[in-house]
Write a protein that binds this ligand. Structure first.
Ligand code: FAD
Length: 480
């Protein structure tokens, strides 16, 4: 089939999938007032590959290594530093081109890349074959897929087998010559109601008595027994909101219930290999945190831009305390960019597959998760209270109130009052709205809580080398 158009993608979502939001079943996610924003956001991946711009096309599309047919770069299994750099550039650029992260292929291919790495290690050639065949299927159909890793987990102090009931972690409940039947629920799955397939991985290590929980597979989103129960994400821009040159972009999260779902063997990538569950979760985390760092770059650059623009518009750009805050914001942003670049330069090779440096990737994710709220606080401080008290755009348009707003709400005369208010509204959206609170949550928890990054840094950092250096300097013998 080759690359799809945006319309072909949207049409493919009208497939009878079972989606719920606000207490109702959704007939068509592409026309639902809230979910259509996610559908449109994911569809931007296809809008980009339809663009005529050759430079953009070279970044997002490449020839299939065997057939030469054009395919999405998301489906390129990274083998070199250059491949990782291109993936980084593509993810960051997709936000700049469309106003939001499309996310129909990002996390899913992170999950598939991890499944391919672990398939090599399990010493069962069928898993290698199946992951490769699945990748070809995705390429052929230019398919989108969500990545469903996080289980609902129940009591966090207990492992899957020790929970009050067996379903807090997704598991195999039956198997036969054709495939397996799975039951459970994956939680917080981004863009899932508007993706074609779901790729499932285990979320943690498993013990021998938890082999049924060590399961990875792909399934169509409309398979029998799959139900999406969605969070109330935002819909289209309301008439109360100030206009912007960019459309509203958002990605809905859903809990996905797997109510005895059948999966044929050709789509099963792990089933019972409990000792490898942690490797799969760990490798996925590295791939996905790298993706997250890449998409975070334009987000924090925009935040820095809000700080600079609001300082200028409020006439405080040359104040020492403001310069100090801008320096801190710029440092925070540029460290993320430098770490993202560094992660591509020292990949860990698993056979032919290049995994971004796990140490640097986790440092980058931890750095921005720790620092994001601080940046938000500095933007809030510089911008002033108006970012949360600005009257609505309807009041700006009302001839009875607009003259007062025009007269009283100006700032630096280089900008009109309306320009200042548009900037205030944009800054509100990023640092003082329900959406910005959600973005803060994404920063803390999506791609794993900060403790999980620390765990990986603990494993990956060269502590022994540090110690040996110090021992040598102190003239103490190294004893191992
Ligand atoms: C907006 C958003 C989008 C997301 N998108 C996706 C997605 O597309 N796909 C996907 O699979 N997941 C997704 N996630 C899930 C995300 O990966 C999890 O939220 C994250 O891993 C934390 O898990 P949790 O929410 O269950 O929190 P918890 O694991 O309950 O964490 C809460 C706190 O408890 C601590 N904690 C938990 N267990 C233990 C323990 N045993 N010992 C000590 N401390 C512990 C944690 O460190 C943390 O401090 C998303 C999350 C968000 C918020």
């Amino acid at each position: 089939m080759g690359l799809r158009t945006k319309e072909q993608f949207l049409e493919s979502l009208r497939d009878g999938r079972e989606v719920y939001i606000f207490g109702e079943r959704v007939e068509d996610v592409t026309t639902h007032p809230v979910l259509k924003v996610t559908a449109e956001t994911v569809a931007q991946d296809f809008a980009i590959t339809e663009l005529d711009d050759q430079e953009v096309r070279n970044l997002f599309v490449l020839p299939h290594p065997e057939t030469g047919e054009p395919m999405s770069r998301y489906f390129q299994t990274p083998k070199t530093t250059e491949d990782l750099k291109k993936r980084k550039e593509m993810i960051s650029r997709s936000i700049l081109l469309t106003g939001g992260l499309p996310f129909g292929k990002d996390i899913g291919t992170d999950a598939l890349n991890a499944a391919m790495v672990v398939a090599q290690q399990m010493n069962k050639p069928e898993y290698g074959e199946r992951t490769k065949n699945y990748l070809e299927y995705l390429i052929r159909n230019d398919w989108t897929l969500s990545g469903a890793i996080t289980d609902t987990k129940g009591d966090r102090s207990k492992t899957p087998a020790d929970q009050a009931h067996p379903d807090y972690y997704l598991h195999v409940v039956d198997r036969n010559k054709d495939g397996i039947v799975v039951k459970g629920c994956k939680m917080h799955i981004t863009a899932a109601p508007c993706c074609n397939d779901i790729l499932v991985l285990p979320t943690r290590n498993m013990r021998e008595n938890e082999a049924d929980y060590a399961v990875s597979f792909a399934t169509p989103s409309n398979a029998k027994g799959i139900k999406f129960i969605c969070r109330p994400s935002r819909g289209e821009r309301s008439p109360n909101e100030y206009p912007s040159s960019l459309p509203i972009r958002d990605l809905n999260e859903a809990m996905i219930v797997f109510d005895d779902v059948f999966v044929p063997w050709e789509r099963v990538f792990m089933c019972g290999e409990w000792a490898y569950a942690i490797l799969l979760a760990y490798t996925f985390a590295t791939f996905h945190r790298f993706t997250a760092v890449c998409y975070h770059i334009p987000i924090v650059e925009n935040l820095a831009g809000c700080a600079v623009a609001m300082a200028e518009m409020n006439g405080i750009a040359n104040e020492e305390h403001v310069k100090d805050k801008l320096i801190n914001i710029a440092s925070s942003v540029e460290i993320i960019k430098a770490l993202a670049q560094a992660a591509t330069l020292s990949p860990v090779m698993h056979g032919e597959i290049a995994v971004p440096s796990p140490l640097i990737t986790n440092m980058a994710k931890l750095h921005y998760a720790r620092g994001y709220h601080e940046v938000i606080k500095m933007v809030q401080d510089i911008s002033g209270g108006i970012i949360s008290t600005l009257p609505t755009y309807r009041d700006w348009e009302n001839p009875e109130t607009r003259p007062y707003m025009e007269h009283y709400l100006g700032g630096n005369s280089k900008y009109t009052t309306e320009e200042r208010l548009r900037m205030v509204a944009h800054t509100h959206r990023w640092v003082a709205s329900a959406e910005s609170a959600h973005q803060e949550m994404i920063t803390v928890h999506a791609e794993g809580s900060m403790e999980t990054q620390k765990m990986m840094i603990m494993v990956e950092a060269p502590f022994k080398d540090y110690r040996n250096l110090a021992l040598m300097a102190a003239g103490v013998e190294i004893k191992d």
